[in-house]
Design a binder for this molecule. Structure first.
Ligand SMILES: C[S@@+](CC[C@H](N)C(=O)[O-])C[C@H]1O[C@@H](n2cnc3c(N)ncnc32)[C@H](O)[C@@H]1O
Length: 247
């Protein structure tokens, strides 16, 4: 790593073929991968270098962790607050013949100061009615406080310090959750950060249901026909990490 983004290696049909080759069990109560998951999986495949140490934060079924392991990562750690998700990630690693260390806990906390070459996350990012996060149930996979940033802000604050020199962070979220804030949090912590892909699409059912509230809060333009899924990549140039005493 430690280089500008190479971009996904499997655009279009080749991606669908690569993904179809993955075996994925998604038990009840575990987030079923959606378009944002598959979009980020494509970037994870492109980013992983042989032997890299990868962390997938908010792993759900383990899709991104397994993708990294299949792509040649040396070690892959996966974290989720849901017990069922942790079990699913372990099962899916086994189904695909790769090793993933799946742990239950809050974001990077169970990973105990380990450094990584790549940290990936598709966290909850849907703006909700309140700032109180669900303690259980399906909404824990998407509700993220009134501005949608309860988890994103913490990931952007924590992840840069956990990168090895030249390491990268890959995140996906909707444009309703304020990409400028993601970029500025990552840049403030020494990363070079950009939106590397924008995937426009119709509003999903949750955002449609919450549209009026999102418009009132200025999170969604009333003229917007849909939303954009954004892949954001931040990387820590090796020289900058030495200057900041991180490497
Ligand atoms: C949108 S799902 C993404 C799942 C998977 N990475 C994917 O892309 O399909 C978000 C996941 O974050 C988990 N989660 C929510 N809060 C968390 C936290 N504080 N720490 C770790 N995981 C969390 C949820 O249980 C859920 O599995």
């Amino acid at each position: 790593m430690g280089r500008p983004s190479p971009g996904p290696r499997f655009p279009g049909r080749r991606l669908r073929e690569a993904v179809a080759a993955m075996r994925l069990a998604v038990p009840p109560g575990v987030f079923r991968p959606r378009s944002d998951s598959w979009l980020l999986a494509r970037w994870v495949r492109a980013e992983v270098r042989p032997g890299a140490a990868v962390a997938d934060v908010c792993t759900g079924s383990g899709l991104l962790a397994v993708t990294a392991a299949v792509a040649g990562a040396g070690t892959v750690a996966a974290v989720d607050v849901s017990r069922r998700a942790v079990v699913a990630a372990r099962v899916n690693a086994r189904l695909n013949g790769v090793r993933v260390r799946a742990l239950r806990g809050d974001l990077l906390e169970p990973l105990d100061g380990e450094p990584f070459d790549l940290i990936v996350s598709n966290p909850p990012y849907v703006p909700a009615a309140t700032d109180e996060l669900p303690a259980a149930g399906p909404a824990r996979a998407w509700d993220a406080g009134r501005d949608g940033r309860a988890l994103l802000d913490r990931i952007c604050s924590q992840a840069p310090a956990r990168l090895r020199p030249g390491g990268a962070v890959l995140l996906v979220h909707s444009n309703v959750a304020d990409a400028d804030r993601t970029l500025s949090l990552l840049r403030d912590r020494g990363l070079t950060a950009d939106v590397v892909e924008r995937a426009p699409g119709p509003l999903g059912p949750l955002l449609r249901e919450r549209r009026a509230a999102l418009e009132r809060r200025g999170l969604l333009n009333p003229a917007a026909a849909g939303e954009e899924l954004l892949v954001i990549r931040g990387w820590l140039p090796a020289a900058a990490s030495r200057r900041a005493g991180l490497g």
